[in-house]
Structure formats: structure tokens, C-alpha cells
Design a binder for this molecule. Structure first.
Ligand code: G6P
Length: 370
């Protein structure tokens, strides 16, 4: 059933719209009133070993790397363990230090990406505890790691990863909840996130209703040469992942940028023609994003602002931006919601520009060579 397109024109489209369901299966049997149960980490007291580790190193490529980046802040917050990020090929190029006291978390949809598997061999040689997060039961990643969590998103066919991304984030949020479950001081925060997870599929269904609005936005952008995306905090990853979707399938130049770095270079690019998506949903960084929007508008930037429902005038009092309103959820889950309009935008841009959605030029679903 999963390998048929059904009523959809493309697998990518089907997989985007499947997300309320794929997220439900990712969480099935794992959310309890008292906390989170991750069967793959239960044996041999792996959770305790992770808690004792000196740092967590997230390792992946492409979309899987971006998913880990989205989860990084909540893992740091709930566990108190420093988290560093590694693109698998870069870790190998540098032969970066990995220690016995590290927990190395490998994230891969396919579980077969060559760079990620070589980085896994390297971390195993260096004695780290290796945790796998993958969609593919029986994959090399799931066999070679010490322990792990399957994301259970169902088979993903489109080369551009969509539903696996959101399920990966949810699994890493659950990992943060499980590792941090011994901390009394964050109990209320954990409870808020757990109830946010339960209502996430219905919020995803809500945001999917933006489909025709995103198609219309895509039609206004088809001739653009470039598209920038600015995010920060939880949604820096959203900017990177949104831009990656636009690059890989719509074959349009797009860059995701840290909004905090805007004044250190990217601001020079701003004019009335270059479209810029600013992610400004409610979280601790909201007022900083409001001032980024003002700075861009004062340089006559062509802005598309993603904000929480009802915030249109708070993010753009002058009324001169195009606005995408999305449901507000717990801050650490907001990246799951925010990526969806950008997936839809990339999809429609690709169709309108006449490119192959499911098999983009020069790319493969799983890159099994170095
Ligand atoms: C390829 C795919 C990407 C994917 C990346 C990592 O480049 O085209 O969509 O994000 O590999 O794949 P993985 O299976 O390790 O998540």
C-alpha cells in the first residue's frame, strides 16, 4: 500500500500529506502519562550510560543532519549534556576527536548512507556508545549500533525526505525526554512537551490546509533566481531544511541562514527583488526576529514571514509582508509544524517549474558510495 501513489500525483506529495499518520505511528506505544518509553534503549541500561556521557555528538548527512540540528536545543535543555553537531563526511575529513565518554547518535533515514556508516565505524573504533536513529529496520546502521530507535515513519520513496524528517525530530525529542526523565526540575516542562506530542498530528493536519496558499506563493516565486530563509533557535534547522528542499527538487538556489548572522554579511544581498522567508513563530527568540524583520523592511526587503496564528500584525505592522500563519505548538515541536509549508512550497515550485519531483536531477535517495 505504501509504495503506491494512490490519489496523489507524486510520492513526495503523498509523503508530505501522510505526516499526521506517520507521526502517529512514530509515537505509537511510546508516550505514557508518566513519560516516554523507548524499547530500544531499555536493555543494558543504555539510558544510564547516555546520562553519564560527557557529550552527545549528533552525526548525519543532508536532511537527517538537519533533523538532529532541530532537536539539539531540547536535548541540551532536558539532559544538561553538551551536544555537538557533525556532518558525517566532515567528521571523517578532520578525523575529529571522539571519546569513550561520548554518546554518538547516528541519524539516517535509510540506514545505509556511506558517509554515516564510515563515521559509525570510526566512532566504534574510538569506543563511543553508538545510538542509531533510522527508518529502516534491519539496515546496516540499525545492526551495527549498540542500541537505537526506529522512527517507524513507513517507507519513504521520494528522493527528497519529508515525513522521515518530522519523525526523526519527534524521536529525538522523545530521546531528550527519556534521557532527562531523572531530573525533577524539568518535570512540568516535560509534561507540556508530552501533551504537545499527543496533539501534534492534529496540528500537522491543520497546517497541511495551507496547501493551496503555498501553491499560490510558489507561482509568485517561479521566476526567482534565489530564495533565502532566515531562522534561529529551534528554527535555524527549519531554514536549512526548507532551503535544502527548494534546492534539491525545485532546482532553485536557496540558502538557509542564521538570522543572528544576518548583519555579518547576508544583509548586503537584500533588495526589493530577492525573496526572503523569515521564520518568526512564537518562542524565546520572537522579539529578536521582530527586529530582524524591521531591519529587512528598512532595506526594502521582499519578505514572506512565517508566524504563529493571529500574529500577522505583530510581525509585520506595516502590512508590507506576505504572511504564512501556522498553528502554535510547544517551542521544541514547532520545527515539525514549520517545515510543512516549506515542503509544500518546494513541491509546488517543482511542479510549476516543470521538474521531476520524485527523482531530482543528479540525486539519489540513498548515497551508498563515498
Ligand atoms: C541523500 C538524500 C537526502 C538524504 C541524505 C541522507 O543525499 O538525497 O534526501 O537526506 O542522503 O540520507 P539518510 O538515508 O542517511 O537519511
Amino acid at each position: 500500500e505504501q509504495i503506491k501513489k494512490g490519489s496523489y500525483d507524486h510520492f513526495m506529495q503523498k509523503e508530505i500529506h501522510e505526516q499526521p499518520h506517520s507521526l502517529t505511528t512514530t509515537m505509537r506505544g511510546r508516550l505514557k502519562d508518566s513519560g516516554v518509553l523507548l524499547g530500544g534503549l531499555k536493555e543494558k541500561e543504555y539510558l544510564k550510560t547516555i546520562r553519564r556521557s560527557r557529550r552527545v555528538v549528533f552525526i548525519g548527512c543532508g536532511t537527517s543532519y538537519n533533523a538532529a540540528l532541530a532537536a539539539r536545543p531540547i536535548v541540551e535543555e532536558l539532559t544538561g549534556i553538551p551536544v555537538t553537531m557533525e556532518v558525517a563526511s566532515d567528521l571523517l575529513d578532520r578525523q575529529g576527536p571522539i571519546y569513550r565518554e561520548d554518546t554518538a547518535v547516528f541519524v539516517s533515514q535509510s540506514g545505509e548512507t556511506a558517509d554515516t556508516l564510515l563515521a559509525l565505524d570510526y566512532a566504534l573504533e574510538n569506543g563511543a556508545l553508538c545510538v542509531g536513529i533510522t527508518n529502516t529496520v534491519g539496515s546496516t546502521l540499525s545492526r551495527r549500533t549498540h542500541c537505537g530507535v526506529h522512527i517507524n515513519a513507513g517507507c519513504e520513496i521520494g528522493v527528497a525526505s519529508t515525513k522521515a524528517y518530522t519523525s526523526q525530530i519527534v524521536v529525538m525529542v522523545m530521546l531528550a525526554l527519556a534521557v532527562g526523565s531523572d531530573q525533577i526540575s524539568t518535570q512540568a516542562r516535560r509534561q507540556t512537551i508530552i501533551s504537545g506530542l499527543s496533539s501534534l498530528p492534529s496540528n500537522v493536519s491543520e497546517v497541511l490546509k495551507l496547501d493551496s496558499e503555498m501553491k499560490e506563493l510558489a507561482s509568485s516565486l517561479i521566476d526567482s533566481e534565489s530564495l533565502l530563509m532566515f531562522g534561529r533557535g529551534y528554527n535555524y534547522a527549519t531554514a536549512l531544511e526548507g532551503a535544502l528542499k527548494v534546492k534539491e527538487v525545485a532546482l532553485m538556489h536557496s540558502e538557509g541562514m542564521l538570522a543572528g548572522e544576518m548583519k555579518h554579511g547576508p544583509l548586503a544581498l537584500v533588495d526589493e527583488n530577492l525573496p526572503i522567508i523569515v521564520i518568526a513563530t512564537r518562542d524565546a527568540c520572537f522579539s529578536k526576529q521582530q527586529s530582524v524583520i524591521q531591519q529587512l523592511l528598512s532595506r526594502k526587503g521582499r519578505l514572506i514571514v512565517m508566524c504563529s496564528k493571529g500574529d500577522t500584525s505583530a510581525v509585520c505592522p506595516s502590512g508590507s509582508c506576505r504572511v504564512i500563519e501556522v498553528p502554535e505548538v510547544a517551542d521544541c515541536l514547532q520545527p515539525v509544524i514549520n517545515i510543512i509549508p516549506l515542503q509544500l512550497l518546494a513541491y509546488h515550485l517543482t511542479v510549476l517549474r516543470g521538474f521531476d519531483v520524485d527523482q531530482p536531477r543528479n540525486l539519489a535517495k540513498s548515497v551508498t558510495t563515498q
